[in-house]
Each structure stands twice: as structure tokens, then as C-alpha cells.
Design a protein around this ligand. Structure first.
Ligand code: FMN
Length: 153
């Protein structure tokens, strides 16, 4: 595929997950940004067909987890399969977040627990704006994974 200007955007690699009733879903996301300092907020751009997006629509909450640069396998499990047909969480070790009790994958550097405060259409995606209600730094020594020029670092 030809390179284009978007390839020059340096992006982080995150796992966004949620739970509604007994259904869990999570995906790999690169389109994540801090959207407010006070109150602290994060925004994530999600395609409407993603199972994770559809469950966030019902649960009104999500968690953004910062992948360590060594977690490429996790990024592939969550980025190349849909939770609709594949139990991604059976392939990784995970536990529950402190406040919202959402699934957190072992080995991530940090997480942000968010309550959904707005959802905006953005072309073929929707931007989910979340107010951070709790966050936790889990590792001091790791480096966050990033994605640039269609490759992971
Ligand atoms: C590096 C990478 C970054 C991605 N970033 C996003 C993103 O920001 N938003 C999105 O909707 N999908 C993104 N995806 C695609 C989803 O992770 C993928 O479609 C996933 O299978 C959806 O899972 P779900 O149906 O369980 O929600 C990305 C995939 C990869 C590999």
C-alpha cells in the first residue's frame, strides 16, 4: 500500500476495554488522546462496527490501558480479532480495575478508568469522550509502545 501523510503521525498503542452485564470486549486502539486537563479526560476514536464500541454504548464506561513496548502479541490478539467471535481475554492474563471493575491486562504500564460523557460522530468513526474517574501507574520502568509508519516500536 502506498505511504501517505497519516503514516507520519506518531501514535501510542492502547487496549480499550469495557464490560456490559456478563459480556466483555476490548480492542487495540491508536486513536487515543488526552482531551482535557481539568477535569482529566481522554478521547478515543472507534469504528461503529467494533464490538467494544457497541458495548461501551451500553455500559457507558471504558478503560484505556497503556501497552508496554514488549506487548506486541497482546496488541495483535486485540487488534486483529473481534470480541464478537473470539474470546481475547482467554489468551491473556488479566484482573479487574480498582474502581469500575473493568478488565485490565497484566503487564500494561498504566490505566485510566473513564465514564463516558460524550459521543460524537466523526466521519466513519465516533469519538468517545471519557471523564477519568481513576487512574493507576503499574510499572515505573517500562516504555510505552508506539506505532508509526505502519510498524510497532
Ligand atoms: C495498531 C492498531 C491500531 C488500531 N486502532 C484502532 C482505533 O484507534 N480505533 C478503532 O476503532 N480500531 C482500531 N484498530 C482496529 C481494532 O483493534 C480491531 O478492529 C479489533 O478487532 C476490533 O475488536 P472488537 O470488535 O472486539 O471491538 C486498531 C488495530 C491495530 C492493529
Amino acid at each position: 500500500m502506498a505511504k501517505n501523510a497519516f503514516d507520519y503521525l506518531v501514535q501510542g498503542v492502547y487496549i480499550v476495554s469495557t464490560q456490559f452485564e456478563n459480556q466483555m470486549a476490548g480492542l487495540t486502539a491508536a486513536w487515543v488522546m488526552q482531551s482535557s486537563f481539568d477535569p482529566p479526560m481522554l478521547a478515543v476514536s472507534l469504528g461503529p462496527s467494533r464490538q467494544t464500541a457497541q458495548l461501551i454504548n451500553k455500559s457507558g464506561k471504558f478503560i484505556v490501558q497503556v501497552l508496554d513496548e514488549t506487548q506486541r502479541q497482546v496488541a495483535e490478539i486485540f487488534g486483529y480479532n473481534s470480541s464478537r467471535s473470539f474470546d481475547k481475554f482467554s489468551k491473556v492474563l488479566w484482573s479487574r480495575s480498582e474502581k469500575l471493575q473493568l478488565p485490565v491486562i497484566d503487564g500494561v504500564l498504566a490505566y485510566f478508568e473513564c465514564e463516558l460523557v460524550g459521543r460524537f460522530e466523526s466521519g466513519d468513526h465516533f469519538i468517545y469522550n471519557g471523564r477519568i474517574v481513576n487512574h493507576k501507574m503499574l510499572k515505573q520502568d517500562g516504555k510505552p509502545m508506539h506505532f508509526v509508519m505502519r510498524d510497532w516500536f
